[in-house]
Design a protein around this ligand. Structure first.
Ligand code: PHB
Length: 393
């Protein structure tokens, strides 16, 4: 009996010693688990989000409310809901993160919703843009955009500019279906006609058949949503190679297609393209100038040009810092969500607010045209609609 007691005492002592550094770290650190693709075809999503987060920390320091802020990054390697879910569980139970953030891709964000509901951990989405994500858990907020929020203004712009017949091409998953649904709804309500619709696979798409179908239908314009990066490059290439512009077909899109991060690689074929979006690196404001400066100071040149995901990474950290200040560094899920609801600030993109009802972002949506600015391709804003809420819910 005595032996068992002393064995127990030894075990308890060992456990206490082991637990002590973790408990101590909780008192002095705010850990942010960042789940995103950092490798594979969507590697730039994680790269851009983290680069934006680092920019914020460079500008504002890496401590808030007396605690050190630590980013704990985890790679999903692409759209991988089961992996995202497991990483979220590990970050919460093993690494004891107080926030989850990142999430470039919708399927990964969706998979983590039940995990944060269960653990009551606040989750700040830095990109994933399918409207319904924020309805999946009361612990989710989003600082990026929703696809319906940026698609409706494109339909309105088309109607105002004499475009009456449009073909839609979207990626066949959440945000693409949101884009097709919202564009069609707004466009038809204003008297427009949909000439046809095609959905392309999220993984390894080949756009030649879609581009040919559009060409054969001869609409006035094609409206496109594709996830930012390589897919836009491939689509625009196919559009030009098959002579759609020469056939008089206009290309209109959400700003994902003319992603600032890959615009230079897309080349002059993009000149004149009209897109609707919430952020352009060419946005003229003191806040954007500060962001671009901090981005360049905080990151290696090899991370490339900043885009909307980098800007949202920066805003993600703004929300986390403001919550930490308000709660004096003691992060509690329910109190954090209460602090987030109704939060307003001036982002590099312009004035924004977290809608207290939906926990989604209300913001200005800009209409932009690809032009040369200081010798470089840029999404130049020429019109705007202030205070746009997500119309998708
Ligand atoms: C998404 O998966 O929600 C997503 C990905 C890339 C984008 C927009 C949305 O450009």
């Amino acid at each position: 009996m005595k032996a068992i007691h002393s064995l127990l005492a030894t075990l308890i002592a060992a456990a206490t010693i082991q637990a002590a550094p973790a408990a101590l770290a909780q008192d002095t650190t705010i850990k942010v688990g960042v789940i995103a693709a950092f490798s594979g075809p969507f590697a730039d999503y994680g790269g851009q989000i983290e680069a934006g987060m680092k920019a914020y920390m460079k500008e504002h320091g890496d401590t808030v409310a007396g605690k050190k802020v630590e980013l704990v990054t985890r790679d999903t390697k692409g759209p991988a809901p089961e992996v995202a879910k497991r990483l979220a569980q590990e970050l919460i139970t093993r690494d004891k993160v107080q926030f989850l953030a990142g999430f470039g891709l919708t399927p990964n964000a969706m998979a983590v919703a039940p995990v944060v509901s269960e653990a009551k951990v606040p989750m700040v989405i830095s990109n994933a843009a399918t409207s319904s994500i924020t309805t999946k858990s009361p612990y989710i907020t989003r600082v990026s955009m929703t696809i319906p929020q940026v698609s409706a203004p494109m339909a309105q712009w088309a109607l105002k500019n004499g475009i009456k017949q449009v073909y839609t091409v979207v990626a066949d998953y959440g945000p693409g279906i949101d884009a097709e649904t919202q564009f069609t709804k707004t466009f038809k309500a204003g008297g427009g006609e949909i000439a046809g619709s095609v959905r392309t696979p999220l993984q390894n798409p080949d756009f030649s058949a879609a581009v040919q179908r559009v060409k054969d239908a001869k609409p006035q314009a094609v409206f496109v949503f594709l996830p930012a990066g390589e897919q836009g490059i491939a689509f625009v290439k196919g559009f030009n190679e098959r002579g759609l512009a020469q056939a008089g077909i206009k290309l209109i899109a959400t700003g994902d297609v003319t992603d600032d991060h890959v615009l230079a690689a897309m080349g002059d074929d993009t000149l004149g393209m009209i897109t609707s979006f919430h952020y352009s690196a060419a946005h003229s404001s003191p806040e954007n100038t500060a962001f671009l400066k901090a981005y360049a100071a905080a990151n290696d040149a090899k991370v490339g040009a900043p885009n909307f995901m980098a800007a949202a990474g920066y805003d993600t950290m703004h929300v986390i810092y403001e919550v930490a200040k308000k709660l004096d560094g003691n992060i509690d899920g329910d109190k954090a969500m209460a602090a987030i609801k109704g939060m307003r600030w001036t982002s590099p993109r312009g004035p924004v607010m977290i809608d207290p009802e939906t926990r989604d972002i209300t913001q200005t949506v800009y209409i932009r045209k690809v032009e040369k600015k200081d010798g470089k391709l840029a999404n130049v804003e020429f019109d705007k609609i202030p205070d746009v809420k997500d119309p998708g819910k």
